[in-house]
Design a protein around this ligand. Sequence first.
Ligand SMILES: *Cc1c(COP(=O)(O)O)cnc(C)c1O
Length: 209
Amino acid sequence: MANPNNPTGTYLSKFELIELRKKLRKNILLVVDDAYSEYMINSDYKSGLNLFKNRQNVFILRTFSKIYGLSSLRIGWGYGPKKIIEGLNIIKPPFNVNEVAQKAAIESLKDKKFISRSIKHNIYYAAKLKNFLNNYNISSNDVSANFLLLDFTKCKFKAKHFYKKLKTKGIILRLTENGYNIKNRLRLTIGSRTDSLKFIRVVKSIFNK
Ligand SMILES: *Cc1c(COP(=O)(O)O)cnc(C)c1O
């Protein structure tokens, strides 16, 4: 269970997640993927890590690829019961996380300022872009993680057409039809200030032609 989920940006509230665990059979392992948890400021949300401590049938996944910005270093971590960790150690390749990545990850945890700045940046630009796109009848999920799933149902352009237009200007969104099988939508990841302002400029030019 990716919570919030990619690419929909939807999430289960803390109560729903607790309810899910209660209603699953005890011998079913619930794996909660907290990949985007750092971005979440919604008051009804709690990360898997905060909800499930010392549980024998819950495993939590975390990554340094998102808010910590270390995706190319390929490093993440997990939290869970000893018996699962032991099982993972049996099947994992011997050299799966290199030392440079580990050192960088540890240093990145200390940079609290960068994290709080990134959270603020994300909320600001996600809300700004969501509102901006509404002007063109492109709707999206409520702001949650660092992306929006854009819905073109009511827009005068199809998602694919919009995708192609943006691509000619060097902006690449994620098509969700292949792989996810979600039609007429695009996933927009919140970028830097420069990227976001360029996106706004380019979208205006696409619609004003
Ligand atoms: C990006 C992402 C991850 C993390 O992937 P890495 O392999 O650590 O880069 C995990 N889960 C979801 C849902 C993601 O979107």
